[in-house]
Ligand binder design. Sequence first.
Ligand SMILES: *Cc1c(COP(=O)(O)O)cnc(C)c1O
Length: 423
Amino acid sequence: MPSPTSDYSVLAHLECSRDGSRHDADVVQGTSPLGAPLLARYDLDRVAATVSPADITARRADIWRYHELLPVRDERQIVTPGEGMTPLLDLPRHGARLGVAGLRMKDDGLVPTGAFKARGAAVGVSRARELGVAGVAMPTNGNAGAAWSAYAARAGMAALIAMPADAPVITRRECLVTGAELHLVDGLIGDAGALIAAAVRERAGYQDVSTLREPYRLEGKKTMGYEIVEQLGWRAPDVVLYPTGGGVGIIAMHKAFRELRELGWLRGDLPRLVAVQASGCAPIVDAFHAGLAESTAPADPRTVAFGITVPKALGDFLVLDAVRDTGGTAVAVTDDDLLAAQAALARDEGTWICPEGAACVAAVGQLRESGWLDGTEDVVVLNTGSGLIYPETVEDTAQLLPRGAPIPSRRSQQGGCAPTGPE
Ligand SMILES: *Cc1c(COP(=O)(O)O)cnc(C)c1O
């Protein structure tokens, strides 16, 4: 392995997202003294002077192709089972159905652990190990815990995870199989977070890596934005829709697009960013339409899109800023609509996506109907996970044939989705 050079990462310092104050990036950090998320800042001039988009395109096909713009200084610290450079799929049939010809999906169902949380875990765990952290501790709605457990195992670190008892069952097993210490909580992610904060105070060497309470998960998720631009030939789409829970991904993509523009690798307007939530838990959507800078937790948050059941996000003000800064919007989708979109997309395009991603597909339909989209835009929806993690989102209607019985002729079968046409 090549020896690390000072240019492997050009991380410069951390910046408070509230007051812009600077903080040391080379010690373990949580939030700023104001309790706000810390954002990583880089020596972008140095990157612009030494690296070109063509150099990047020739590199390894994972998130580490952007290593100068990621915080890990020593390449040997990288923990990677191979995440990133996921497909940017055309959705021609479904796009035609919705009246949006230029519809594409960034499919992050195809990453280790089955959800895009792997991106944040890859960078977060690698940097934590580099800074000497012995164990990571976090509350989770499931997918983040699964990803951080897996990456911690590969890094030789401990993982302490607290998860609502209602979270998707498969994610518990993902934590357990990789050796994490897992606790189920009777409550929501915020309740789990309070337990983790208390436990970390008692445990030497553990870091609280809750959403936006450490600076580097966001840096991992930022690579979604880089990849979309690179995959379009160093060009931005007009609109990007993102299923918003804690909001890390949308904040991160906003940061990514701005960094690329500062580097001169992206010109023109930033994509309009759309925060999509489930109507059963839509605090960001409510705050956006009320013209507020921060959100208020809804009373009884509930949706099948479990990964976006976040009643009060620490970074809500940053999500709202990302949406407003880019001329975007915020949309709430009912569970019925997002499940219908999930099924329709699977039939049109052969891809079973998670309900959170499906919320974005449903939102495209809503925005087209309302006229916010005129149908000529290049639109990218983020699919944040595989449908395989959510088997209960599809009803199992398969029929058991009596032993020895033939398969019934198509005409006598009830329902089903066999293509019609000459037999
Ligand atoms: C966590 C999660 C989200 C929300 O991610 P944020 O970046 O925290 O808003 C969306 N979809 C899935 C599948 C998730 O696991």
